[in-house]
Structures are given as structure tokens and as C-alpha cells.
Design a protein around this ligand. Structure first.
Ligand SMILES: [Zn+2]
Length: 160
């Protein structure tokens, strides 16, 4: 279950850029992040256009797990995510959700919001850079801990 929802690195970042700042539900103004108790939190959830598990909504057995967890999804606010995935939500078809996605990510919408294709590309690569920074920091931290562990083991004379 936990593994099924593992997203490829950068999926969140890409969706956060592609959604242009708010929930994919047409007309919903719920922002992608909120400032809560002094920190920025991710305010939207990844909504699968095609469910990961066979019991889920719009399940497509022909798709690999990676494909289901990739960019081809939506970011929705909690309320709209629940509505799209709730019992008896047959009207929210793959075609409809893909149309929402296409509409939001289209050039036309971008132009209306002053976003060019080039600027969007920049935003996505900035987001990726951010992820890479975080990964590098984590690796540096790991290296530091490993060195300390090595030093400790030497002090304890566990290793020569
Ligand atoms: Zn929404």
C-alpha cells in the first residue's frame, strides 16, 4: 500500500509547476501551498486520474505503477479530491479529468496568466533544482553521520 503511492522524484515539483498555483478543479482557487503556523505546507493532494489499485477509481490494468504515479495526474484540494474519488462519482471520467489537465496546462491558459512555455520550463527546472539541493544536503548529512560513526568505532577500537 505504502509502496504503491511512492512518487518518482520530481513528480510533486512538476505538478506544482504545471498546476500554475492552484487546484486543477475548474474554477477552484485553492492554492497549491498555504502558510500555516509559520511554515509553508503543501495544500493540494495528488489525485490519480487512473487509480493505483484495482479497487480504485478509473483503474487501468494496462498501466504500469510508475505511469500511474507520474506527472499524468492532478493536484486537487482535499474537498475536490474526495469528490472526484467518492462512491458514485461516475461522472468524473478519465476523459473529463484529462480535459481539466489539458486545459490547465494549455498555452491559452498560460497566456491568460502571463505564463509562457519558456517560463513554465524555467519553473519546472527550478523545482527540480530544489529537489536536487535537498538530495545533496541529505547525502552530505549522511556522509557526516557515517564519518562520525566511523570515528566512534575507531575510538571504541571496534575497527583498527
Ligand atoms: Zn479545489
Amino acid at each position: 500500500m505504502g509502496e504503491a503511492r511512492k512518487y518518482m522524484s520530481g513528480t510533486h515539483a512538476a505538478l506544482m509547476s504545471l498546476c500554475r498555483g492552484f487546484c486543477y478543479w475548474p474554477g477552484c482557487e485553492e492554492p497549491v501551498t498555504r502558510f500555516v503556523d509559520g511554515e509553508h505546507i503543501l495544500n493540494l493532494e495528488i489525485a490519480h486520474i487512473r487509480a493505483v489499485s484495482s479497487g480504485g477509481k478509473r483503474f487501468d490494468p494496462g498501466l504500469s505503477l510508475d505511469e500511474k504515479n507520474a506527472f499524468s495526474n492532478l493536484l486537487l484540494c482535499k474537498a475536490r479530491h474526495a469528490r472526484v474519488d467518492c462512491h458514485g462519482s461516475r461522472q468524473y471520467t478519465v476523459e473529463l479529468l484529462e480535459a481539466w489537465k489539458e486545459q490547465r496546462e494549455s498555452e491559452e491558459t498560460a497566456a491568460l496568466r502571463g505564463l509562457t512555455e519558456e517560463r513554465l520550463r524555467e519553473l519546472v527546472s527550478e523545482s527540480f533544482a530544489l529537489f536536487q539541493d535537498e538530495t545533496r544536503e541529505a547525502l552530505e548529512e549522511l556522509t557526516r553521520i557515517a564519518l562520525e560513526a566511523a570515528a566512534t568505532l575507531q575510538v571504541l577500537e571496534v575497527v583498527p
